[in-house]
Design a protein around this ligand. Structure first.
Ligand code: NAD
Length: 374
C-alpha cells in the first residue's frame, strides 16, 4: 500500500496529517509513504525528518495523487484535486460533510472511498481515532492562553506587600471536550472559573475540576444518543441568555465552545451581553467556524468593541500549537490505518458494516454510502 501526504491547501493551515513518528510506524508495517516536499514545514518537520523516518519526498503532487492507495490530509481537498485521485483509493481528512454536497458527489464520481474524520463515532473503541476530540482539547487549552495574553490583567490571585490582587474570572460556555480543557487550563493558571452547558450530566465534571457550574433552569434539555447537545427552543435560548448576562458582565474572560453537531452553532452571547461586559475583557468564540456563539465575532479576526470587550474569533485555534496538533491528528490517522489493517492482504479492510468504518465512510464504490448524506 502506498500512502501520500500532500501539502495542506489552505494557506493558513499549519498542521500536517502525518508526523515523522507515525511515518516510521507505517513503514515498519511495510507501507510505502510519500510526502510532498515541505508538507511538514509549518509544523516544524523538515523533509529530512521524514526521509529519516523512511518516507520518500516527492515534488509532483498531481502525479502522486494518481498513484497513492491512501491520501491523508487535515483539511478537505480542493474540488479540483478529487478527480486526480486513483479510482478505488481511500481519502481520509476532515470533510465538513454537512456543508460539502458537491465535494461528496465528486468523491463518489471519482470512485474514491472518502472517510470523514468528523464522523468517527464518539465511542470508547474509536477514541484513539477521534480527531474532533484530540483537536478540541488543544483548542480549549489555547483559548485560555490566547485570552490571557490579550487580557490586561493576570489570572491568579496574588498577595504582595503592595496589596492583594483578586483572581480573574473566567466563564466557559459549553463544556464538551474543548470546554473541559479550557476550565482545567484556567484553573491551573489560578483563575476563578464558572461554566455552563445545557447537558445537565456535565455538572459533575465541572465540579470535579474545581469550577462552579452555573445553574439555569431551562426545562427539558438533555443530549442525543451520541452525547451531543439537543437544539434549544427559542424560548429556552432566551432564558439562557438572561441567566448568563450577569455572569458575562462580571467576567474578565468568556470562552464559548457551544456547537451543535452538523448544524450552525447557537447564538448565545447577544449584542446586549457583549456591550454589558467590562472594558478590556476578552471573549474567545471557539465556535466561530460554524457560525459563532457570539454576536459580532468574525472569523480570523479580533474585534474591539468600543468601551467593551475584544472578541477573538480565530478558527481552528489548535493550529496555533501545530506541533502537538499535528502529533495528535497524526496519531488518530495512524490508529485508523492500524485498526483496519489486514496483515495478510496488506490492505485496509473496508467493512461498511463495521460500527466505526461504517460510521465515517461517506462514499465507496462510486456512490454515497452514508445514510445521512445520500
Ligand atoms: P461539541 O463540540 O459538539 O459542543 C461543545 C459543548 O457545547 C457540548 O458540551 C454541548 O453540550 C454544548 N452546547 C451546545 N449548545 C449549547 C448551548 N446552547 N449552551 C451551552 N452549551 C451548549 O461537543 P464535543 O466536545 O464534541 O462533545 C460532544 C459529546 O461527546 C460530549 O458528551 C462528550 O463528552 C462526548 N464525547 C465522547 C467521547 C467518547 O466517549 N469517546 C469522545 C469525545 C466526546
Amino acid at each position: 500500500m502506498r500512502v501520500f501526504i500532500p501539502r495542506e491547501s489552505l494557506s493558513s493551515e499549519t498542521r500536517v496529517a502525518l508526523v515523522p513518528e507515525s511515518v516510521q510506524k507505517l513503514t515498519a508495517m511495510g507501507i510505502a509513504v510519500t510526502i510532498e516536499s515541505g508538507a511538514g514545514l509549518n509544523s516544524y518537520f523538515l523533509d529530512t525528518d521524514y526521509e529519516k523516518a523512511g518516507a520518500q519526498i516527492v515534488e509532483d503532487r498531481a502525479s502522486e495523487l494518481g498513484k497513492a492507495d491512501l491520501v491523508a490530509r487535515v483539511r478537505k481537498p480542493p474540488d479540483a484535486e478529487v478527480p486526480l485521485l486513483k479510482p478505488g483509493a481511500l481519502h481520509i481528512s476532515f470533510l465538513d460533510p454537512f456543508n460539502e454536497a458537491e465535494l461528496i458527489s465528486a468523491f463518489a464520481s471519482a470512485g474514491v472511498t472518502a472517510i470523514s474524520m468528523e464522523m468517527i463515532p464518539r465511542t470508547t473503541l474509536a477514541q484513539k481515532m477521534d480527531a474532533l476530540s484530540s483537536q478540541a482539547n488543544l483548542a480549549g487549552y489555547f483559548a485560555v492562553v490566547k485570552a490571557s495574553e490579550r487580557l490586561n490583567r493576570i489570572l491568579p490571585m496574588m498577595m504582595t506587600p503592595a496589596g492583594t490582587i483578586s483572581p480573574s474570572r473566567v466563564f466557559v460556555i459549553g463544556v464538551g471536550v474543548a470546554g473541559l480543557q479550557a476550565i482545567a487550563t484556567a484553573k491551573r493558571m489560578g483563575a476563578r472559573v464558572e461554566a455552563f452547558d445545557t447537558r445537565p450530566v456535565v455538572e459533575e465534571q465541572v465540579k470535579s475540576l474545581g469550577a462552579k457550574f452555573v445553574k439555569i433552569d431551562l426545562g427539558d434539555t438533555g443530549q442525543t444518543d451520541q452525547g451531543y447537545a439537543k437544539e434549544l427552543t427559542p424560548e429556552q435560548i432566551k432564558m439562557q441568555q438572561e441567566g448568563m448576562a450577569k455572569i458575562c458582565a462580571q467576567s474578565d474572560i468568556v470562552i464559548t465552545t457551544a456547537k451543535l453537531f452538523g448544524r450552525p452553532a447557537p447564538k448565545i452571547v447577544t449584542e446586549e451581553m457583549v456591550s454589558g461586559m467590562k472594558f478590556g475583557s476578552v471573549i474567545v468564540d471557539l465556535a466561530v467556524e460554524s457560525g459563532g456563539n457570539v454576536v459580532g465575532s468574525k472569523l480570523d479576526e479580533e474585534v474591539q468593541i468600543k468601551d467593551g470587550p475584544r472578541i477573538i474569533g480565530i478558527g481552528a485555534l489548535e493550529d496555533r500549537v501545530a506541533v502537538h496538533a499535528s502529533q495528535m491528528f497524526s496519531a488518530n490517522i495512524f490508529n485508523f490505518i492500524d485498526h483496519f489493517w489486514n496483515e495478510e492482504s496488506k490492505q485496509i479492510t473496508r467493512d461498511l458494516e463495521d460500527e466505526i468504518f461504517g460510521g465515517c465512510v461517506i462514499t465507496d464504490g462510486g456512490s454515497i454510502v452514508h445514510e445521512r448524506f445520500k
